[in-house]
Write a protein that binds this ligand. Structure first.
Ligand SMILES: Cc1cc2nc3c(=O)[nH]c(=O)nc-3n(C[C@H](O)[C@H](O)[C@H](O)COP(=O)(O)O)c2cc1C
Length: 415
């Protein structure tokens, strides 16, 4: 027979863990998001469909994007045990300067359309976290305003090159003058990819009010309030535009651009040059020979060529071919710190995140971007510890095996 007694005060005290309630709904929302996928769900609830789909979607059947994410999900980590991992160092030298984390913010166009704080939220969050921020040619905040908002941030400028050299040059000069230290030249956009969600949603810049968009707007009043009560959306670097996104992109992109134009830009730009959108070993070799400082293995987050090579799969052969001549960076499909650790283990010097930070932005503006970075940081640190490494340089391909599904022969474990 169990004998009972009255509970005493000092027995109860350790059990009473009432946290002070978080009064700000935004902070509460963000604190309850534990993964980037959680942030994506909040973002979807809060953002009108056309804007959310513009960020979330990819080209055609979206196979490039889903394969890239699947490739990361399909890795198997191989941990080493009994290592002292009380301290971990997540910093990484990238293009001559240290970054606190092995990822930076990828260039994204139309960012203020997704959430009104847009580029300013991105660059300030990057400044606070000590990581690089990349401003897109299609950014909705000017080069100068981005520089002024975060004077201590490391800033890169992404260029869509035109054959019209005066136009390219005007942008490049402004970026250099504003203190941007690296030019990221995007080369996978001779024409716009087929973003079918945008066409189906009738997505336009600026957004138009149709009966459908109005119905969709009703449960998302904050987004519309922000849009209508802040500076009108305009392209920082370009003349204002009103039309469909597809039309705009087709006007912007120049299918005549070649390696000669790249060589010309290389001569004009005083800082480092990174070429984004490399998808074959042959192009990686040719670019290494052309004297660029970095290449970014990327299929533009699946937004251009569908069924394109998975950057993570391409990584080992590119690192073997040119890894000692240029820095090899990678993006597309990164949704967790584990993905970043896997890429670094296979030889990526650095990575970029696009949607992962945009989901944070749409979920909660600047605080949401902070939260996205915090989630990735926590995942990187914990994965490093669980793998038994205390610095990124200790990561090696042996820590990460790609499981069989979708694995090209040169990455298989029994190669
Ligand atoms: C909404 C959106 C806009 C983008 N705009 C640009 C751009 O203007 N210039 C560019 O080089 N890449 C652009 N990208 C591609 C990103 O820089 C990056 O390559 C891609 O997002 C990486 O994939 P992830 O979203 O899976 O991280 C954009 C991506 C998204 C999602």
């Amino acid at each position: 027979m169990t004998s009972r007694r009255l509970p005493r005060r000092h027995d109860l005290a350790p059990l009473m863990k009432f946290k002070r309630p978080v009064l700000s709904p935004r902070k509460r929302r963000l604190a309850s998001a534990l993964t980037i996928e959680d942030l994506r769900r909040v973002a979807k609830r809060r953002t009108p469909r056309a804007a959310f789909d513009y960020a979330d979607g990819a080209a055609d059947d979206e196979v490039s994007l889903s394969r890239a994410r699947q490739a990361f999900a399909d890795v198997e980590f191989r941990p080493s045990v009994l290592r002292d991992v009380s301290r971990v160092d997540t910093s990484r030298e990238v293009l001559g300067v240290s970054s606190a984390l092995p990822f930076g913010i990828a260039p994204t166009g139309f960012t203020r359309l997704m959430q009104t704080e847009g580029e300013i939220a991105g660059v300030m969050a990057a400044e606070a976290a000590g990581i690089p921020y990349t401003l897109s040619t299609m950014g909705t905040t000017s080069i100068e305003d981005v520089a002024a908002a975060a004077p201590r941030a490391r800033k890169w400028f992404q260029l869509y090159m035109w054959n019209d050299r005066d136009r390219s040059m005007a942008l490049v000069e402004r970026a250099a003058k504003a203190g941007f230290d690296t030019l990221v030249v995007t080369v996978d956009v001779p024409v716009a990819g087929a973003r079918l969600r945008d066409t189906r949603n009738g997505f336009t810049i600026p957004p138009t009010l149709t009966p459908r968009t109005v119905v969709n707007a009703l449960p998302r009043p904050a987004w519309w309030f922000n849009l209508l009560t802040t500076e009108p959306l305009a392209f920082a670097s370009l003349d204002s535009w009103s039309g469909t996104v597809g039309d705009l992109l087709d006007t912007m992109f120049d299918p005549t651009v070649t390696y000669d134009d790249l060589a010309w830009i290389r001569e004009q730009w005083p800082g480092k040059v990174s070429v984004k959108g490399v998808q074959t070993v042959d192009d990686a070799r040719r670019l290494a020979g052309a004297g660029v400082d970095a290449i970014v293995l990327s299929n533009h987050g699946g937004r251009q060529l569908d069924r394109a090579p998975v950057p993570f799969h391409l990584l080992p052969s590119v690192v073997a071919a040119v890894g000692s001549d240029v820095e090899v960076h990678l993006d597309t499909g990164i949704m967790s710190g584990q993905d970043i650790v896997a890429a670094v283990a296979h030889g990526a010097r650095f990575t970029l995140v696009g949607r992962a930070y945009l989901y944070g932005l749409m979920a909660g503006g600047r605080l949401g971007v902070d939260r996205a970075i915090e989630i990735l940081r926590g995942q990187i640190e914990r994965t490093m510890r669980l793998l038994g490494v205390s610095s990124l340089d200790e990561l090696e391909p042996g820590h990460v095996t790609a499981l069989r599904r979708l694995v090209p022969p040169d990455m298989s474990p029994d190669r």
